[in-house]
Ligand binder design. Structure first.
Ligand code: ME8
Length: 631
């Protein structure tokens, strides 16, 4: 196999339902998998569920069902969510599967034959929610340092793994592989921990039975972390499918959360050393999400349900937000307001607007046809720099930086439109070549943007690709160079990429002072003649774009039945994206005195009311077309 690239998420416990934390790890790993596939690697992307252990057994007992039933129920929820989030995993491993049980027992036997497993007696503190034994000096005020709960005292016969043997070898490995744990700060923590001395590790339990039996002594079940970590081998067909195993192992990267780093960066490598197997190339631990500044917890009722976010905003915007908002590796705070902010600014305004204005202009001024022109120009050099930077950042799992680069290109293209003003070039037949070149550079940028966003926003990329006449086969490394757009290609006008949805979450809308309208009396009353002076008409929005340096204003071109569309500046950007508005029927006051708003001339006013969550445009019960008198 030429370029194998094996990557994994943790396997998720089935005593909890999927939340944003799990979605985060999985989306990040998916984006990397998709990028590597596009770059031509042979990707094997694994996710799955961790179904054994006391925690699951207790949870099931509380619900009055068997652990197996609980697992089956929750696994279904994970699998559905991953489908909804367009996760492209190549396999889904469940630790209750036979293939996994065989691999775990095999690994156990090998380590035992090596003399690294012995029977002893264990007495210590045990934190059941974390499935971790704790020594006296690890406790913080008598509680578990990770979850803060009181541990139980446990004394039992137990098998031990001679982890103490591997401290020096592990330190040596860390020395030779400085990139093994990422980010660097976390690597240093782990190295300190190993330097403090490794103790032998208890790796079996007799106090419950929901697990894989120890070979030759079924009174014991195998410790859930020895069981769970082995999923990375069992999914490859270890030990029976040698060919497949050798093709993909060692894993290129295990993506995990920071709370489970020690298991992956200390336990797992020592198990593998004992079994004589190569170690994974990298363990990348990401940070944790809080919600509106607070730790997520069921009792606080602030657990973010990824399913609800997708239904509200779509999978791609949610994926984009998770990877753009916070540097991968650091902690971050989730708020729906921030998600809406990114949706409106980055997706609707920057990306969506670029697609609609470029394809609209191509159709309006060039009959929808691209004319291939010479190389060079500012967009080409910008795009080439961005391609290289994105590759570097994806190599470091710096998704936020990769996305920043891509948006740098999108914004450069939007500015290029403003500066080159194709509408002016189109008026002068002598400047046709210039117009063609500008449009070629813009559409070529759209093509590259489509490829570059595809790992993070696969569905959006698919839509854009269809528009640009591209198929699945075009998502490959060879296409990631400037100038692959064919001459004479016909491209239709883009439908809005991010159509209308709920504007702002109720929770984030600042309370407005609503002044009750007063009933007019006497001389304040309007005569029918006076009302008749108002030129109120139906209009259809043909173009919409933000007014530079204003968060509130949009510049609209509205067809009100006159020969030329009318330019109107409307203060609706907080509630509507330009894409939301194009094609929409509105009520326009046409005989308002023209005025300059933020330096832009406005010839009319669009009617709107203060809605539940922002402004709501006044419209019609049925489609009426432009230029009808409103009476
Ligand atoms: O630990 N923010 O499973 P798990 C970010 N079964 N990530 C979060 C998070 C949050 N608020 N909450 C949880 C296990 N996670 C084991 C793994 S692997 C061989 C066995 C992340 O279901 C967490 O950091 O408790 C971890 O990476 C993942 O969700 C699974 O957690």
């Amino acid at each position: 196999m030429t370029n194998p690239f094996y990557l994994s998420t943790p396997i998720y416990y089935v005593n909890d339902v999927p939340h944003i934390g799990y979605a985060y790890t999985t989306v990040a790993t998916d984006a990397l998998a998709r990028y590597r596939r596009m770059m031509g690697d042979e990707v094997f992307f694994l996710t799955g569920t961790d179904e054994h252990g006391q925690k699951v057994e207790k949870s099931a007992a509380l619900q009055g069902i068997s652990p197996r039933e609980l697992a089956d129920r929750v696994v279904g929820r994970y699998q559905t969510l991953w489908q909804e989030m367009t996760i492209s995993n190549d396999d889904f491993i469940r630790t209750t599967e036979v293939r996994h049980k065989e691999a775990v027992q095999h690994l156990w036997k090998i380590v035992e034959e090596k003399g690294d497993i012995y029977l002893g007696e264990y007495e210590d503190w045990y934190c059941t929610p974390c499935e971790t034994f704790l020594t006296d000096h690890q406790l913080v005020n008598g509680a578990c340092p990770d979850c803060g709960r009181k541990p139980e005292r446990l004394k039992e016969e137990s098998y031990f793994f001679r982890m103490s043997r591997y401290g020096d070898r592990l330190l040596d490995f860390y020395e030779k592989h400085p990139d093994f744990v990422q980010p660097l700060a976390r690597r240093n923590e782990i190295v300190q921990f190993i330097r403090g001395g490794l103790r032998d590790l208890s790796i079996s339990r007799t106090t419950f039975s929901w697990g894989i039996p120890v070979p030759g002594n079924p009174k014991h079940v195998i410790y859930v972390w020895f069981d769970a970590l082995t999923n990375y081998l069992s999914a490859l067909g270890y030990p029976s499918n040698r060919e497949r195993f050798e093709a993909f192992w060692p894993a290129r990267v295990h993506v995990i959360g920071k709370d489970i780093l020690r298991f992956h960066a200390v336990y797992w490598p020592t198990f593998l050393m004992a079994a004589g197997l190569p170690l994974p190339k990298q363990v990348f631990s990401h940070g944790w999400w809080t919600v509106d500044g607070e730790k997520m917890s069921k009792s606080k009722g602030n657990v973010v349900d990824p399913g609800a976010m997708i239904r509200q905003y779509g999978a791609d915007p949610f994926r984009y937000f998770l990877l753009r908002e916070v540097p991968f590796g650091l902690d971050g705070d989730f708020s729906e307001k921030a998600l809406v902010g990114r949706f409106n600014a980055d997706l609707a305004n920057d990306l969506g607007n670029l697609f609609s204005r470029v394809t609209t202009m191509l159709n309006k001024y060039c009959g929808g046809k691209v004319v291939r022109t010479g190389e060079g120009g500012e967009l080409q050099s910008r795009a080439e720099a961005v391609l290289a930077a994105v590759d570097r950042h994806m190599g470091n799992l710096a998704f936020h930086l990769a996305l920043q680069e891509i948006w740098g290109l999108i914004n450069a293209a939007n500015r290029f439109v403003d500066r080159q003003a194709p509408w002016t070039l189109a008026k002068d037949p002598g400047r046709r070549d210039e117009l063609d070149a500008v449009m070629y550079h813009l559409v070529e940028t759209l093509r590259l943007v489509t490829l570059l966003i595809s790992p993070v926003m696969p569905e959006t990329a698919k839509k854009c690709a269809a528009l640009l006449g591209m198929g699945e086969k075009d998502f490959r490394k060879e296409a990631l160079v400037w100038g692959k757009l064919s001459d004479g290609m016909e491209i239709p006008r883009a439908e809005p990429l991010f159509p209308r949805r709920e504007k702002k979450p109720v929770s984030s809308v600042p309370k407005r002072e609503v002044t009750k309208p007063k009933r007019a009396q006497g001389k304040d009353l309007l005569s029918i003649e006076e009302f008749g002076r108002l030129d109120l008409r139906s209009g259809v929005v043909r173009e919409a774009e933000p007014v530079p340096k204003s968060d509130r204003l949009l510049r609209l071109k509205v067809d009100t039945g006159d020969p030329e569309p009318r330019q109107v500046v409307a203060g609706v950007a907080g509630s509507y994206s330009p894409d939301d508005l194009v094609g929409r029927e509105v009520v326009v006051v046409c005989n308002l005195k023209p005025a300059k708003i933020c330096g832009v001339e406005s010839c009319g006013m669009i009617l709107a009311v203060e809605g539940k969550d922002g402004l709501a445009l006044v419209g019609f019960d049925e489609s009426v077309g432009p230029g009808k008198k409103v009476r």
